[in-house]
Write a protein that binds this ligand. Structure first.
Ligand code: C5P
Length: 232
């Protein structure tokens, strides 16, 4: 499976986003558009970034009744997105509806992947707030299995669950892992961080890297450091 780096474009507006992308002198990138950028600026963000030839991971984490999610993905299918996220907690029917919306809209190539447990959720919180009385890892694996059975293409998880996910869901199942830092980086608010080298060893298909690249004085150099460790 081809490994790729996804840069999380956590900016508040399109101008800041394009200023950042222009630093890469035309290099074609894989970027993550999340709620912050999308909800304040709308679909024009997708169009502007696609027009520059970049691949898009649209991280909207959809979670609603199946019919509504179907309508949302049917609408999004026209943007030729590369990867879209939905919450596995929405259930099998909702995940199937998400994938069906993309396919019915003609976007067969869009990978639809599921959020398992957010990395901000601890085992303690999971028990207290969601009344899920198993380990965090078991819950993540349960959601990964459900996503696979629902016809989705992969999941978002921490690096530490990737091995087990691949074992359960097969080597072709995509794993997208955020919380990636070089030894020299500041962890910020990320708790369960891993290096790009570990992500590669564990079998992640994609690493999502935000601040270590976007906030760097030299983003190209920072990007290359991640490439050195994860791609080569
Ligand atoms: O700046 P940083 O590298 O921490 O950014 C990681 C990106 O991945 C952010 O956009 C964050 O929202 C996202 N993410 C995450 N943990 C998850 C899912 C998404 O850090 N479980």
């Amino acid at each position: 499976m081809k490994r790729e780096i996804i840069i999380a474009l956590d900016f508040s507006n399109l101008d800041l986003t394009l200023d950042f992308l222009n630093k890469f002198n035309g290099k074609k990138l894989f970027v993550k558009i999340g709620m912050e950028l999308y909800l304040q600026n709308g679909p024009k963000v997708i169009e502007a970034i696609k027009n520059q030839g970049h691949k898009i991971f649209l991280d909207l984490k959809l979670h609603d009744i199946p019919n509504t999610v179907y309508g949302a993905t049917l609408g999004l299918s026209k943007f030729n997105i590369d990867i879209l996220t939905v919450h596995a907690a929405g259930g099998e029917e909702m995940m199937r509806a998400a994938k069906k919306g993309m396919i019915d809209g003609g976007s067969n190539n869009t990978k639809v992947i599921a959020i398992t447990q957010l990395t901000s959720t601890s085992e303690e919180k999971m028990l207290k707030e969601q009344l899920i009385n198993v380990s965090l890892k078991e819950s993540v694996l349960n959601y990964a299995k459900l996503a696979k059975e629902s016809g989705l293409d992969g999941v978002v998880s921490s690096v530490y669950e990737v091995r087990d996910i691949l074992e359960k869901c097969g080597e072709e199942f995509l794993t997208v892992t955020p919380g990636i830092r070089l030894e020299s980086d500041d962890n910020g608010d990320q708790k369960r961080v891993a290096t790009p080298l570990l992500a590669k060893e564990m079998g992640s298909t994609y690493i999502v890297v935000g601040r270590p690249i976007t906030q760097s004085k030299n983003p190209i150099k920072a990007y290359k450091s991640f490439e050195e460790k994860f791609i080569k």
